[in-house]
Design a protein around this ligand. Structure first.
Ligand SMILES: *Cc1c(COP(=O)(O)O)cnc(C)c1O
Length: 226
């Protein structure tokens, strides 16, 4: 297993190449190191190696880690969040990547108001339509995005999707392309959705070619099997 700095360097190189292919600037793409597989010790190594965006997906593991390392990075909650856990995330995590219900939005908004803080949220869109995936359907997106204006403590960061888990990497491209199209559609209506959170270890280069501004990378950076 290569050490973390070597892995980061390799990923940086692949991101640069994908940006070149797509005619994009390297600065447009940010890496979120997904540390849900590893303990606080390894998470600290990731931070020390210069990856400041940290992604976690389970409240029980994320909160103790944040309590140790919170001030060292920018924290993204990338998993499905239950409403009764929203209070744990607010005030700790700057970003939430999987907003898909107005009830959760209302709860986050209320909790943020109590702390006089804000949270940046991505709307998760189930572009592929798989029943096993979370996220709102593309046809609901317009109304959903508009209703974000009702929550003064939520800042709409952008859209997020997960591609199908398939060995055929090109099957994922249309999913990423569709999320970008949905972003443009909202932008035409003057709804600000600056970011696209898409692409994981298996498919981040395709996501970058299709416009990702945040890629969420776990196993390629901290997994044991690559
Ligand atoms: C685990 C996870 C990732 C990272 O996946 P890898 O394939 O290990 O890179 C990205 N996004 C979400 C939402 C995840 O739960």
């Amino acid at each position: 297993m290569a050490n973390i700095s070597e892995r980061i360097a390799e990923v940086q190189y692949r991101i640069e190449q994908a940006c070149l292919r797509a005619g994009r600037l390297r600065e447009e793409v940010q890496v979120i190191a997904v540390t849900k597989y590893v303990d606080a010790e390894i998470t600290k190594q990731v931070l020390d190696a210069g990856c400041f965006h940290i992604g976690e997906s389970r409240v029980q593991q994320a909160v103790p880690k944040w309590n140790q390392l919170g001030d060292k990075g920018i924290w993204h909650f990338i998993g499905h969040l239950q409403r009764n856990k929203a209070k744990e995330i607010v005030g700790r995590f700057e970003y939430l990547h999987a907003l898909e219900s107005l009830q959760l939005a209302a709860e986050l908004d209320k909790r943020c108001a109590n702390l006089d803080s804000k949270i940046k949220c991505f709307i998760q869109v189930n572009v592929s339509g798989e029943k096993t995936k979370f996220g709102i359907s593309p046809v609901e997106l317009n109304d959903f995005a508009r209703s974000m204006a009702n929550f003064s403590h939520i800042e709409l960061a952008g859209l997020m999707t997960m591609a199908p888990n398939t060995p055929n990497r090109e099957e994922v491209r249309p999913v990423f392309r569709e999320l970008r199209r949905l972003q443009k559609e909202l932008q035409r209506q003057h709804i600000a959705v600056p970011h696209l959170s898409m692409g994981m270890s298996q498919d981040f280069e395709i996501a970058i070619e299709e416009g990702a501004t945040f890629v969420r990378l776990g196993s390629i950076l901290v997994g044991t099997s690559s």
